[in-house]
Design a protein around this ligand. Structure first.
Ligand code: SF4
Length: 431
């Protein structure tokens, strides 16, 4: 096992957090690649199309991650690179131009086209930025063409969303210098959840609110020094950097999971926008109480239970905080592929000091620790769940947490249930 090491560079001046040891690991990984993000991004951005430039493996991954979906007009596809492309026997840029032109001729409804890089396109160093620029000039103003990488080389699957949103930021219009202060919610949320948050901000009196990504990728909100952005997801490091390059400032907050996380997230925005405390409490109290009642249903199954997270979705830190502070679970290990200490500072502060925080992946060592720790529930990727179940461990698929609506007050009960269900199932099987 690696000796625990302290990562320098925590931006929070809280000594407990700054000094919190983090076990850093590098080794074999078992995660999906960034292409997976297309499954939820294409549902969110309804005028966008995702063209993966990849292999048959990439096409299979997308199909299986998306399930069996029958669309009259699908909004993602794979331009499959054949052996002769990979062997450099044809000009891939020419081939790509032909595929894109054919696609756009057939589909005038596409307003934003993402060329999505993959492992094969990166291995042969196919320059998709150059392709997007060249094709963009041909097809503007009807279609905006952007590119990002969804490859599985040194990434985990939620980084696909980060790369996609970071590609959108330079396209956002500049905010007028005398524009009113604007709140920007960042992170792809299901429409129903986004609407709940927009209603709450409206009731709070924050009316200049933008979202990234917008439902129509062409309706990008403006950005500039009067933008205060609030991350809805903990895995948007590159997007945050790109927004800051455009002058925006991050509002430090908990992530909106559970009654308290959602209250903290809304409160951080309300404070930034000078909302009266009494008014805040009046607006937020009904949702907060609803969420508290809803999560109580899962308390019996979860309270006092020990939980380990293997690194997968990058949601691990805020979810461990939610389960520890709101449901009385005991996090044993909280593993995350990448830990953004500044974005997760408030979350780390609330995770009990007994929990081991780890960053990076080394599957064998992590599995050894699960066997030694014997948690009641292990949250992990699909590839590790079956082997662990066969050894008698109860598991939860991390990817389900990304595909389910889990943010906000009205989803808090469902979020708790996602963790309670496998434990109840185990109890039933053991009877
Ligand atoms: S991008 Fe890489 S990891 Fe993802 S499906 Fe394609 S080949 Fe596999």
């Amino acid at each position: 096992m690696n000796a625990p090491t302290v990562i320098p560079g925590c931006s929070k001046p809280d000594e407990a957090v700054a000094a919190r040891p983090v076990l850093r690991e590098r080794g074999q990984r078992e995660v999906f690649c960034g292409l997976t993000g297309i499954v939820w991004l294409h549902r969110k951005m309804q005028d966008a199309f995702f063209l993966v430039v990849g292999s048959r493996t990439c096409a299979h991954l997308l199909q299986s991650a998306a399930g069996v979906m029958i669309f009259a007009e699908p909004r993602f596809a794979t331009a499959i690179m054949e052996e002769r492309d990979l062997a450099g026997m044809v000009d891939c840029q020419d081939e790509l131009d032909r595929v894109v032109t054919r696609l756009l001729d057939r589909r005038p409804d596409i307003k934003t086209l993402f060329l999505v890089g993959s492992c094969p396109s990166e291995v042969i160093k196919l320059d998709l930025a150059k392709a997007a620029e060249r094709l963009g000039k041909q097809h503007m103003p009807n279609v905006r063409i952007l590119n990002y990488s969804g490859s599985g080389i040194e990434t985990t699957f939620t980084q696909g969303e980060d790369a996609c949103l970071a590609a959108l930021v330079p396209e956002m219009p500049a905010q007028a210098s005398d524009a009113a202060k604007q709140l920007l919610i960042v992170g792809a949320l299901p429409d129903i959840v986004e609407d709940q948050f927009l209603r709450l901000f409206d009731q709070l009196g924050i009316d200049n609110v933008g979202v990234l990504p917008a439902r129509n990728a062409r309706d990008l909100p403006p950005v500039g020094p009067n933008t205060r952005y609030l991350l809805a997801q903990p895995f948007l490091a590159d997007t945050a950097l790109a927004l800051e390059d455009r002058g925006a400032t991050r509002i430090d907050a908990l992530f909106p999971f559970g009654a308290e996380g959602t209250t903290g997230w809304l409160h951080a925005a309300a404070t930034e926008f000078g909302i009266d405390e009494m008014h805040f409490n009046r607006v937020v109290a009904p949702g907060r109480e609803r969420a508290k009642r809803a999560i109580e249903h899962a308390r019996g199954a979860l309270e006092g239970k020990r939980i380990s997270f293997l690194p997968d979705s990058q949601l691990e830190v805020p979810l461990a905080r939610f389960l520890a502070t709101e449901l009385g679970m005991e996090p044993v290990e909280v593993g995350t592929p990448y830990l953004h200490r500044a974005h997760c500072a408030q979350e780390l502060d609330l995770i009990p000091p007994s929990a081991r925080i780890s960053e990076g992946q080394h599957v064998d060592r992590q599995l050894d620790r699960v066997r030694a720790d014997k948690p009641d529930l292990t949250v992990c990727g699909l590839g590790l769940a079956n082997p662990l179940e066969s050894e008698g461990f109860t598991t939860k698929w991390a990817i389900e947490l990304v595909f389910s609506p889990i943010h906000g007050f009205d989803q808090a009960g469902d979020l708790a249930e996602l963790f309670a269900r496998p434990l109840r199932r185990r109890d039933v099987l053991e009877v």
